[in-house]
Design a protein around this ligand. Structure first.
Ligand code: PLP
Ligand code: COI
Length: 338
């Protein structure tokens, strides 16, 4: 049994756990699937996932709640978003009820890797859906695999309490009418080069703008963006080309209904970013990570309350309190695993 300090030393990286859930699609149907120890995937060299990136994925976490139960946070929304991603990529949808059963099976089978209540770590689940059938011409494959594996993880940003610095990206992650609103692997492949360049230049992440006009704030490679105005309003960019973050949608509810804040989801120009008091990134991996600065090609936008980000910290505390069973959750948000 690891100590809380050992759990807290975990980084956001893959470590193999004993069991994962795997199901296969062939001849027009999904099989029952089941748990397996095999973490390696053997596929044909011409598999659709390898040739044409026909793959999508999800990310969610399991926690030990205050009362000792192991719970997941709104996995029904991950099931639905994976179905949306699958449809966008001509992948057969994995049934949403079966997705939830598989989540339960994987967490229960790897329960000793769920960090204890009180640690900052969690068990990250990575549902993945990909084309295994061979293709040569550009068309959807005939065979697919659905897999959920899990890995205990710590914080996504290894900067401790230091707020982040973002760089306005020179490239785009999503085209208008493209795949930005779904969790397609190809969106992340698109962001690799800009990500490596941003890190090499000392930035934590890229901030992507809308690719049509390059004037509106979209999101980063792995998280949505939220702003807090000087008079305490919650503002988040509205765009059809960003991923509908489950964390962000939950925070909008928390801000409005639990903290009595006013919430606006609307297009946000980069030119108005300097007017906000706080800025943060939110997502399953990122939780809520405060941002101190955005660097727009040498011009710095510094958030005046960025060092302490008191409103974002209150939101973070409320959300993590709900996730860990310290604060009463809105109906249906907490999914007990056993
Ligand atoms: N935006 C992108 C591009 C992401 O990859 C993620 C991660 O899933 C998010 C936002 C945050 O979404 P969620 O809160 O559902 O994890
Ligand atoms: C998540 O937050 O679950 C993500 O998928 C973001 C990133 C790790 C890709």
């Amino acid at each position: 049994m690891k100590s809380t300090e050992e759990w807290n030393r975990l980084t956001f990286s893959y470590s193999r756990t004993p069991l994962r859930f795997v199901a296969h699609y062939a001849n027009g149907r999904w099989d029952e699937g089941g748990l397996t120890e095999k973490s390696e995937v053997v596929i044909n060299e011409s598999a659709g996932v390898l040739q044409y990136a026909q793959t999508c994925f999800e990310g969610l976490k399991a926690y030990t709640a205050k009362d000792g139960r192991i719970v997941c946070f709104r996995p029904d929304l991950n099931a639905r978003r994976l179905a949306d991603s699958a449809r966008a990529l001509e992948i057969p949808v994995f049934p949403e009820d079966k997705f939830l059963e598989a989540v339960k099976k994987v967490v229960a089978a790897n329960r000793e890797f769920v960090p204890p209540y009180g640690s900052e770590a969690s068990l990250y689940l990575r549902p993945t859906l990909f084309a295994t059938g061979p293709v040569l011409g550009v068309k959807p494959a005939a065979e697919y695999e659905f897999r959920i594996f899990c890995s205990p993880v710590g914080a996504y940003f290894q900067n401790g309490i230091h707020p982040l610095t973002l760089k306005v990206a020179d490239s785009d992650r999503a085209a208008p009418h493209g795949t930005g609103h779904v969790k397609a692997g190809l969106n992340y492949a698109m962001s690799m080069r800009a990500g490596v360049q941003a890190h090499a230049a000392g930035f934590d992440e890229n901030l992507y703008l809308d690719s049509a006009t390059r004037t509106f704030v979209e999101e980063t490679g792995g998280a949505n963006v939220i702003f807090i105005t000087k008079d305490g309003k919650f503002v988040t960019p509205h765009s059809t080309t960003i991923l509908p973050s489950i964390t962000r949608r939950s925070l909008e509810y928390v801000a409005e209904h639990l903290l009595g804040m006013s919430v606006e989801e609307r297009p946000v120009r980069l030119s108005e970013a300097a007017d906000f008091a706080e800025c943060g990134l939110c997502g399953t991996a990122a939780v809520i990570s405060p941002v101190l600065k955005i660097n727009d090609h040498g011009k710095e936008i510094v958030f005046p309350d960025g060092e302490t980000s008191p409103v974002l910290m209150k939101l973070r505390e409320t959300l993590t309190g709900i996730q860990r069973g310290e604060t009463e959750a809105p109906e249906g948000w907490i999914f007990p695993v056993e």
